[in-house]
Design a protein around this ligand. Structure first.
Ligand code: ATP
Length: 230
């Protein structure tokens, strides 16, 4: 089976996320996509987030209609995941990917889904090189970010020579970048303008960006009075 892992704060999950998962599924023939709601993403340790339980509930609602989409508790806080207590440490993606891998067959192939904005920082991630060894990447274009920057964003030791990446150094870069130590599939034509920050800001100033939300998620946000200015 081909399995996708899509991690994020999902605060809240929106149509942009769902579009990335659908496009990745089609492109790489994924049988399942796990949406891993982050508890403490290491790079956002200083920001406050909506409690995990709300972000997970919204994810469950947004993925309910699609059999292949699974809301994942892999990074849930201990009290919610049912897992044995362990030392409190940030959840690194490499740990999550390895524990997902352990639960599958050796023949299963893993893919990591990510938007280009987040991929720009991949070189700073904990053990990034190992993550490229564990799985193939599917990088989705996002308004304001160019897929032409994919090769430059790689951890230094994986960065290829310029000749190799020339075909990808165009705004409309597409296809697959296959390098020693990294395979990257580019999803160029998504152009999804949805952003969780914009959705939160709109709601807190009394506006609505419902068009970017699943109706069930939008209803949940209203019921639970999330993102309102206090
Ligand atoms: P924020 O706007 O607060 O940064 P976000 O909308 O990017 O939030 P995250 O939960 O941080 O949501 O994103 C999870 C993953 O989804 C990241 O890899 C991000 O790049 C990707 N992503 C989010 N929105 C889009 C989009 N509109 N198009 C492509 N990728 C996206």
């Amino acid at each position: 089976m081909n399995i996708g892992l899509f991690g994020g704060t999902f605060d809240p999950v929106h149509r942009g996320h769902i579009a990335v998962a659908r496009a990745a599924m089609e492109r790489c023939k994924l049988h399942r996509v796990y949406f891993v709601v982050a508890n403490v993403p290491p790079h956002k340790l200083r920001q406050s987030h909506t409690p995990f339980a709300h972000r997970f509930a919204m994810m469950a609602l947004a993925t309910a209609a699609e059999k292949a989409f699974v809301p994942s508790l892999l990074e849930a806080p201990e009290e919610l995941s049912g897992a044995k207590p362990r030392s409190q440490k940030p959840n690194y993606t490499i740990d999550t990917m390895r524990s997902l891998k352990r639960s599958f067959n050796k023949r299963d192939k893993l893919f990591f889904l990510i938007g280009m904005d987040a991929f720009c920082d991949i070189g700073k991630w904990h053990d990034a090189e190992a993550l490229f060894r564990e799985c193939e990447f599917i990088v989705a274009g996002r308004p304001g970010y160019s897929l032409a920057d994919v090769a430059n964003a790689l951890p230094e030791r994986l960065r290829p020579r310029a000749e190799v990446t020339r075909p990808f150094q165009r705004q409309a870069a597409t296809g697959n970048l296959v390098l020693p130590g990294a395979t990257i599939h580019l999803l160029a034509d998504l152009h999804q303008p949805a952003s969780a920050t914009a959705i939160r800001q709109a709601i807190s100033s009394g506006k609505s960006l419902d068009r970017f939300l699943d109706p069930l998620v939008s209803e949940y946000i209203k019921k639970m009075k999330l993102y309102r200015a206090t």
